[in-house]
Design a protein around this ligand. Structure first.
Ligand code: NG1
Ligand code: ZN
Length: 558
């Protein structure tokens, strides 16, 4: 470290820390107004070098603030297997981001000592990706300054979706076994799996995509090229399949996440602006960095129908589970991970199908960790972020069933194993992925010969409402591990219980957001009116008991 002291200090003068801000490495890394983040970016470049020295392999960094407004930005570290940064390094990230410029080298030294990092350990390369925000490219170069202050190298992956960056990191660290570590390799892997599942006929009806004016919008046509032109294999150009997707909110006019994108559609429960929504067509919506996706359509009478992460989860889990049962792997476990935001009807549906469901706290890292407890885990958040995680030994068993010469009586088993092998290749196992999950949904609907309307009918969502409340300090609210109850302030939970108690079949909970400066309120009830009344009642109570600021949330009945 001493060897690099001068360079690190020089860099710190180019990327000086702002006074009066405390940064916190939350559930998705650092998120802030972009004009407050330059020093954090530089410092995360430095920290990534230490993380890479510790793990002795490549790590990545993604510059994005996902569904947040365009003036925000953020950064998160990506661990060697393409997963979120391990939790015990989050405090290191927070310390490195918050120390003064003068303390920077000493803080890094402390991390290195605590983690017993061998200073001589060589780093191969640090992979950096960024989204379409105006500040993002500049931040990728601030991160590069951090890496280079240690005389290490970066690989600038450029403007990519968050899941593509995760994929690249895993591809590099598995020497291409997971997939070729290039953007082209990503499309080829998905394209080949799509062709194997859907054949040359592919899918006959188009899907209409709300690109949130973000990075996913520009990647859809690239993906389609590989599918429709048969470019999914370097050796053969004959693997042509068919998929049409028309992208609105493609970034050519609108503003990122502005009245469009998965978060807007979920919270407002209405179609995005910038898209003509017509009965009889199938729509989906991405968020700004394309790790979330949801589907929607309108009925004849114009009623808006949303198929959120829970509905996608069920489509995938049920399809997988049916084939999985044919494999007869008695000791292998299969389960679904949801969060408290999962619609009550979805949990009931899964239970009735005999599929095990467990809860995890909100956030990708939590659901992923829980999913890893199963041999095959399907982990989904209601907001459209989710994927499937398969243990290596289970993956090998599936491949063995799919490749083995089986007796004619075992044909169904072999067919199911083949479908599952290809389906697993279609999923991004690192993190939720809008592009890959779009292909998953399209494929399952196609194989099951289901329309979007038929899929929607698998269960009726309980009407629900999500609200945000601004408070002075959201950390005053402490919840149980699964976030379904407030522990502190105790009076808040008592008040919520009273409000919930007077509405039949209702549920409500509150928690401090990990990515925004607010407290989130969720409610569910038998009618939309009751869900709204409950949500505003609870939001008002949060405001009163937990130090609300600004305007008190109030239900305006038109
Ligand atoms: P917070 O801000 O902690 O609620 C939000 C989402 C998470 C996850 C993260 C990361 C909701 C209610 N919360 O977290 O599911 O996607 O952002 O981006 O949707
Ligand atoms: Zn996102």
């Amino acid at each position: 470290m001493e060897k690099h002291r001068k360079k690190i200090e020089f860099g710190a003068r180019q990327h000086p820390k702002l006074e009066g801000i405390t940064y916190n490495y939350g559930t998705a890394g650092f998120r802030e107004k972009a004009d407050k983040l330059d020093a954090v970016m530089y410092r995360m470049g430095l920290l990534a070098v230490l993380r890479s020295k510790k793990t002795k392999v490549e790590v990545g960094l993604m510059v994005t603030a996902s569904h947040n407004p365009v003036e925000d930005n953020g950064v998160k570290l990506v661990d060697p297997m393409g997963l979120m940064l391990t939790e015990n390094w989050e405090p290191h990230a927070t310390h490195v981001a918050n120390c003064s410029d003068l303390e920077l080298v000493d803080t890094l030294q402390r991390v290195a000592a605590e983690e017993q990092i061998d200073a001589k350990q060589k780093v191969n390369v640090i992979i950096i990706g960024y989204d379409t925000r105006p500040s993002s490219k500049r931040f990728a170069s601030s991160i590069q300054d951090g890496v280079e202050a240690f005389d290490e190298q970066v690989f600038q992956a450029g403007c990519v979706t968050t899941p593509q960056l995760h994929y690249l990191v895993r591809g590099l660290n598995t020497q291409g076994v997971y997939g070729d570590a290039t953007e082209e390799g990503y499309y080829m892997k998905l394209g080949l799996a799509f062709w194997k599942l859907n054949g040359s006929q592919g899918i006959q009806t188009p899907v209409y995509v709300d690109g949130a004016n973000g990075v996913g919008a520009e990647k859809v046509p690239k993906l389609l090229k590989y599918i429709n032109e048969g470019k999914c294999s370097r050796a053969h150009f004959d693997k042509k399949s068919h998929l049409q997707a028309f992208v609105s909110n493609d970034g050519s006019q609108g503003i990122l996440n502005d009245r469009c994108g998965a978060d807007y559609v979920k919270i407002k429960q209405k179609p995005p602006v910038g898209m003509d929504v017509i009965h009889g067509k199938r729509y989906c919506t991405f968020d700004g960095d394309a790790d979330r996706i949801m589907y929607f359509y309108v009925e004849k009478d114009g009623a808006f129908k949303l198929l959120d992460g829970d509905k996608i989860c069920i489509l995938l889990a049920e399809f997988f589970f049916e084939h999985w049962q044919h494999l007869e792997l008695p000791r292998a476990t299969f389960g679904v991970v949801q969060t408290a935001y999962a619609n009550g009807s979805s949990t009931k549906y899964l239970n009735e199908k005999g599929i095990r469901v467990v809860l995890a706290p909100t956030g990708v890292k939590h659901i992923t960790k829980k999913a890893e407890e199963f041999d095959v885990g399907v982990a989904y958040e209601a907001n459209g972020h989710g994927n499937l995680i398969v243990k290596e030994k289970t993956w090998n068993s599936i491949i063995a069933c799919s490749r083995k010469r089986l007796r004619p009586t075992d044909r169904q088993k072999a067919r199911s194993a083949e479908v599952l092998e290809n389906l697993i290749n279609l999923v991004n196992q690192c993190v939720g992925d809008a592009l890959s999950n779009m292909l998953v949904v399209e494929t399952i609907l196609n194989l099951r010969k289901l329309t979007i309307e038929e899929w929607a009918k698998c269960y009726d969502d309980l009407p629900n409402r999500q609200l945000k409340v601004k408070v002075r300090d959201r950390s005053v609210i402490k919840t149980t591990w699964d976030e379904t109850k407030v522990i502190e302030p105790a009076a808040l939970q008592r008040a919520i219980d009273v409000l919930v108690g007077v509405i039949p079949c209702a549920r409500s909970f509150v928690r401090p957001s990990g990515t925004e400066d607010c407290v989130r309120v969720y409610s569910e009830a038998e009618t939309q009116e009751l869900a709204d009344t409950l949500a505003y009642g609870v939001a008002g109570t949060v405001y009163d008991i937990a130090g609300g600021v600004g305007e008190k949330p109030q239900l305006h009945i038109p």
